[in-house]
Design a protein around this ligand. Structure first.
Ligand SMILES: *Cc1c(COP(=O)(O)O)cnc(C)c1O
Length: 227
């Protein structure tokens, strides 16, 4: 990837998002760009903030805990999303740090989040991650268990579930996974869909994505030694 300034990448990205939304017959502002800042050096994040971005995604609680609390006062409109696996014993930290959790995927975590939300009086919006490819090594609730899990999170635990999230298998065409996720969301009246990354966000927008999680297409390739 060329090492062009972030503002240029952002302009290109926004134009692509607008075009994909228009082609899908959707308003451009129905798609939120989540800037995935994981593993990016502070200078690139500062450039993104300067460019007016205020919705960021991180995949590790610890990395986010070091980086964002000092920046938060400088970005009043900040929305910080957790997009990586959340360990149950970090649920309280995540509640304190994040405004959205995109990776709710199991009962033990749902219970820990409900407990921490009650205790700390903060209720980050939750997206339930579905393992649409049923990959054994991947996070996400199994597709056949998704309906019951969504119900349990909402009714028994009273979690603020706003939508669903998926991360299709790298080897598959993503469209069927996005369409499948949308189908589950519709059954449950869930309006938000966190799906689509640098390589496939246009397909995701065509299939209803409301949150596209974009790292490399915005910031450039992540420096080695990070994921
Ligand atoms: C890293 C990551 C992204 C962004 O990936 P890019 O290919 O850099 O856009 C999106 N979602 C999740 C869950 C990620 O871990």
């Amino acid at each position: 990837m060329r090492d062009e300034p972030l503002e240029e990448r952002l302009a290109t990205l926004r134009a692509r998002i607008v075009r994909a939304a228009r082609e899908a017959g959707r308003p451009a502002d129905s798609v939120t760009l989540v800037a995935v800042s994981k593993g990016q050096p502070p200078a690139r994040i500062a450039a993104a903030i300067d460019a007016g971005l205020c919705h960021f995604g991180e995949n590790r609680v610890q990395e986010a805990a070091l980086r964002w609390p000092p920046l938060r006062p400088t970005v009043p409109a900040l929305t910080l999303a957790l997009i990586g696996r959340l360990q149950t014993n970090k649920a309280a930290d995540a509640i304190a740090l994040f405004d959205e959790i995109h990776t709710l995927d199991r009962t033990s975590l749902a219970e820990a989040l409900a407990g921490s939300m009650a205790k700390y009086g903060r209720r980050p919006a939750c997206f339930i991650q579905v393992n649409t490819g049923a990959e054994p090594q991947k996070a996400g609730i199994a597709p056949e268990a998704a309906d019951a899990f969504i119900e349990d999170c909402r009714t028994r635990l009273g979690l603020p579930v706003v939508g669903l999230m998926c991360l299709p298998p790298a080897a598959d065409p993503p469209a069927p996974h996005f369409a499948f996720l949308r189908q589950i969301a519709r059954r449950h009246g869930l309006a938000q869909l966190s799906m689509g990354m640098s390589a496939d966000f246009e397909t995701a927008i065509a299939l209803g994505a409301t949150h596209v999680r974009i790292g490399t297409a915005l910031f450039g390739v992540r420096p080695a030694a990070t994921v």
